[in-house]
Design a protein around this ligand. Structure first.
Ligand code: FA5
Length: 340
């Protein structure tokens, strides 16, 4: 039995060296670990062996070795796939020099237009809204009364007359509900402002795109469908996303939708605060208080809303490592997006 297993080990090693994609690795797994595979045959053969205990141990060790090698190889293939995706993405090059002085669209404009076209094709209207709003629109209409702790998350810049620079595109939710009533499907991109320290993934001035869909029988399945469709069309490839519970007073339930950082492939870097994940698009089912405040009949209608971080999306899409590049006004950097 010992010699036989040694021989099988050699056979497995040679076959593993040739398995350079998921399909061949799967075939190898079936041929060694499947119901009618090599290990199963060895187990059957135990019947005719005298020292069953020793032979059984040898077979089990061999099985564990095969399982571990296949799992290691799987991880390597997955890493190689992600690396290739990152290398293949259109990359921003901070050292590129250009003599061309003609104008070009800002990458945020390009990303905004692309996402707008995607939602327009799914029946959403595109709305514009103010940058200076009042406390009611930014907070109170969104179920965030004065002195609610959720306000601490979104400090902003206040004008002498009590108005403020909007902290999120959700500030337009109430106006859009009042404009159209239900049913509605709308997106509204806009510039947002927050009084907070900047780093590679935080700016004090950045863009979001809000989306809302209100109709009869709208559920979380609709929300997930639209989020998945949007992300696969924007990135044109499969990307890893994770959905986790998130608290926002204007949705119930609420979720954080993160994407695997495309700058480092999930290993952790300054662009994702070393977590491997980037918060991109919080979302959830619109809270009944918010619907009621917008004049919507909550007995009949439900809806979802999301707040896509457009500037972060542009970072990931174009491989820009530091969000502050976008507001830098550096023509050498920004003119690279001309050809897109
Ligand atoms: C909000 O602003 C909520 N209004 C989003 C929302 C809408 C939730 C509708 C539920 C329903 P948050 O503060 O997490 O949530 O910001 C949303 C996204 O904007 C973040 O995931 C991130 O991608 C982006 N963002 C937030 N702050 C910054 C910042 N300082 N710099 C760059 N992007 C930011």
């Amino acid at each position: 039995m010992k010699e036989k297993i040694e021989e099988l080990k050699e056979r497995f090693k040679s076959a593993l060296a040739l398995a350079n994609d998921e399909q061949s690795l799967d075939e190898l797994r079936v041929s060694f670990l499947g119901k009618k595979g090599v290990v199963a045959e060895l187990m059957k053969g135990l019947r005719d062996v005298e020292d069953k205990k020793t032979a059984g141990q040898l077979i089990n060790n061999f099985k564990t070795e095969v399982e571990n090698s296949i799992s290691d190889c799987e991880k390597m293939l997955e890493k190689a796939r992600i690396d290739a995706q990152i290398r293949g993405a259109k990359k921003y090059n901070p050292t590129l020099k250009t003599e061309d002085r003609s104008g070009s669209y800002h990458p945020i404009t390009l990303a905004t237009r692309e996402v707008e076209a995607i939602f327009e094709s799914m029946g959403f209207t595109i709305e514009d809204y103010y940058e200076v709003v009042d406390d009611y629109k930014c907070f109170e209409a969104l179920n965030i009364p004065k002195h609610h702790p959720a306000r601490d998350m979104q400090d902003t810049y206040y004008l002498d007359n009590g108005q403020l620079l909007k902290t999120h595109t959700s500030a337009a939710q109430n106006a859009v509900m009042r404009k159209y009533g239900a049913p509605l499907r709308a997106i509204f991109p806009g510039r947002c402002f927050r009084n907070e320290s900047t780093d590679a993934c935080h700016e004090n001035t950045f863009f979001q795109m809000e989306g809302m869909m209100i109709d009869e029988n709208i559920s979380i399945s609709n929300l997930i469908y639209f989020m998945k469709t949007m992300l696969s069309l924007v990135f044109e490839r499969d990307i890893k996303v994770r959905l986790r519970p998130g608290f926002f007073p204007f949705v119930e339930p609420g979720f954080e939708l993160d994407i695997n950082c495309l700058i480092c492939g999930g290993e952790g870097c300054p662009s994702c605060k070393n977590s491997g994940w980037l918060e991109l698009c919080p979302c959830g089912m619109i809270h009944p208080n918010v619907l009621r405040e917008g004049g919507i009949d909550t007995e009949k209608y439900t809806g979802f809303a999301f707040g896509l971080g457009l500037t972060r999306l542009a970072m990931m899409k174009y491989g820009v490592k530091d969000i502050r590049t976008f507001n830098s006004g550096n023509l050498k950097s920004l003119s690279q997006f001309k050809s897109l």
